[in-house]
Design a protein around this ligand. Structure first.
Ligand SMILES: [Zn+2]
Length: 81
């Protein structure tokens, strides 16, 4: 993977705005959950994906039910039964 860099300013609360280009590339949307790790002297932000136990899709909007992840599409299908 190639490396891209964009400069950002940390605000007074310690927040930064993620570059939209990077969010689009990693499919990070509003309210997406991300993992932040400290790797030597770098912060690494990774999107968290959950795999639906019914259809196998990887999604960030999965709901956990009794320890299993279900995507919104499968939940809608179940509700329609
Ligand atoms: Zn599913």
């Amino acid at each position: 993977m190639n490396t891209k860099e964009m400069l950002r300013t940390v605000d007074e609360l310690g927040r930064i705005i993620l570059p939209v280009e990077f969010c689009n590339a990693l499919i990070i949307q509003k309210k997406s959950q991300v993992s932040v790790t400290l790797e030597n002297e770098a912060l690494c932000i990774r999107p968290i994906r959950h795999t639906c136990v019914l259809c196998g899709c990887n999604t960030e909007d999965a709901v956990e039910l009794k320890g299993q992840c279900l995507c919104s599409g499968c939940i809608d299908t179940i509700k329609a039964l």
